[in-house]
Design a protein around this ligand. Sequence first.
Ligand code: F6P
Length: 358
Amino acid sequence: MRIGILNSGGDCPGLNAVIHGVVGAAHQLGWEVIGFKDGFEGLLPPGDYCTLTPKDTIGILKLGGTILGSTNKGHFAAKIGVGNVAEVPKEIINLARHTIDQLEIQALIIVGGDGSLTTGLQLFRLGWPIIGIPKTIDNDLSATAMTFGFDSAVTTVVDALDRLTTTAESHKRIMVLEVMGRHAGWIALWGGIAGGANVILLPEIPFSLDKIAEFIKNREAHGQRATIVVVAEGAKMPNGDLVTIDKNCSGEIRLGGIGEQVATRLQELTGKETRSTTLGHLQRGGSPTAFDRILGMRFGVMAVNLAQQKAFGRMVSYQAYHVDSVTIEEAVNKLRLVDPNGEVVQAARAVGICMGDS
Ligand code: F6P
């Protein structure tokens, strides 16, 4: 048996742990693993790939990034925004199929987010032996309670907040931290709670700057002169606008800049010195946490199990502390958003965190 693996979309801590899991489990079965470079692009003739043996994966469990490379642009981009699906052209698929046939690949493991798994679904419907592994720091894929990479991103947010808090307290300032997550507020919510934020602004909860200013003035009146605000890049300004930079090569909007806008308005409304920091791609880089190393490795092993059962068209999924699988069809094109009335948001409110709406 010979199987292929590729990473597609933005990188994410834990990708190498997945490769480690796939290669280790396949080796136990006496299978060969081919790693395609730079996502689906590696499938295009003449093919850009390498054979992966356990010797090639020594020490990669702890490494950030991916030894295979990845891309969120190129010939296979299938998503151009929420709910918008663009089919990969037939000619491109035929070219890639030629590589798969020539190499006699009997299962192709795609490690990707919503867009890459949507491409995977298109290929599966055309008869390809596809198995999906969900990947994104945003943790916004439906049909899995957790994606690897999320815990590492949250840990980076917490580290940043620990550092910003000391300056906020020394200077009695408002410090605003903008974090990633695209249209979902998971990173902001979890990172904000764990990092001791006083205000957390999410895409899922409309906020009022006046309400936040009132909350900050009230803190001031009670002697708490420093305030930490975490804002998700996908939160909307009170007029309903997303703050965007531009569009990426696939035509998808790039979010960014809301932190600065919130900081400017809060300084005007409170009269307090305010600074803004955008954490950006620091959240995607560096070594995965222990949790993400283990989850990534387990996802890789489960993908090999699915290949052994010829359970194609399925995506590895994490549910209730257990790694299982669901159909790719039920996993893609549905964002998993924070429930504004859910238990975690309620817990944040219960300890006095302002969500901008109260
Ligand atoms: O989906 C992961 C993510 O890091 C988002 O949180 C962020 O909005 C986006 O990717 C950034 O993409 P790029 O690396 O193309 O700027």
